[in-house]
Unconditional design. Structure first.
Length: 240
């Protein structure tokens, strides 16, 4: 017979939770979020909107902020993604292999033919997204994930395919070094990490413009695509 639950035992925990909630609320209640008057001349939003294209050469304000003004934070985000991918890969690699005697149901001709037809288009679209990140919505993270999703489709339809883990690791490493190297160049020349030292290159709105920003997004796109593809391949199992 189950014991009757005594709510009196939970009163200390409830009081403690309420105290913690009240403390957090009091700590943040006076913090101002956003700017009520974004059209002020000295507001941060107006500063970016008015000067980002001139200072970075990027037609996309979001890209200018992510890759230039807060580029050091973006490096941290890429590092977190790498650590998460590496950790998940290590965990998956340590798991026991599944029963390989079970043969999966082979995909139909429509799926195999359609995958071979669509995969190049998915990769091309992903590359387009991160190459044009300084001109339109998108960028390295989005383009890399698009490419990885296309390769995930290929792995699902063709489970016997073995991903080239060494090539993926090399691509990811070179892309990460390129990102850090561009940041160091900006630090050495302009005194700011990831400073767009050649922002005047090209005309704003054209593909060849925004200085180093397209190169940064290309590096991020290759890095993210290689990381996600390698992680998915390790979850599937099998070595190159």
């Amino acid at each position: 017979m189950m014991e009757r639950y005594d709510i009196h035992r939970s009163i200390p925990a409830i009081l403690l939770a309420l105290m913690v909630a009240a403390t957090i609320f009091y700590a943040f209640v006076e913090v101002g979020f956003g700017e009520p008057e974004v059209d002020k001349e000295d507001s941060v939003s107006n500063r970016f909107i008015s000067n980002s294209t001139q200072e970075t050469g990027s037609s996309n304000f979001v890209t200018a902020v992510v890759v230039n003004y807060r580029g050091f934070d973006t490096l941290g985000e890429v590092t977190v993604l790498f650590l998460a991918s590496a950790g998940m890969g290590a965990i998956v690699s340590a798991l026991p292999a599944g029963d390989k005697r079970k043969r999966p149901i082979p995909p139909s001709l429509i799926l195999t033919a359609g995958t071979r037809l669509v995969l190049p288009l998915i990769i091309l679209f992903g590359a387009y997204v991160f190459v044009h990140g300084h001109l339109s919505p998108g960028g390295g993270f989005q383009g890399g994930v698009i490419i990885a999703s296309g390769l995930l489709l290929y792995i699902v339809i063709f489970p016997e395919w073995k991903a080239p883990h060494k090539a993926l690791a090399l691509s990811e490493s070179l892309a990460g070094l390129s990102f850090a190297g561009i940041g160091i160049i900006g630090l050495a020349v302009g005194g700011i990490f990831l400073d767009n030292v050649i922002s005047g290159l090209g005309e704003a709105g054209m593909l060849v413009s925004a200085g180093l920003i397209p190169l940064i997004y290309i590096a991020i796109g290759i890095k993210v695509g290689a990381e996600m593809t390698g992680l998915v391949a390790r979850m599937k199992g099998g070595d190159a």
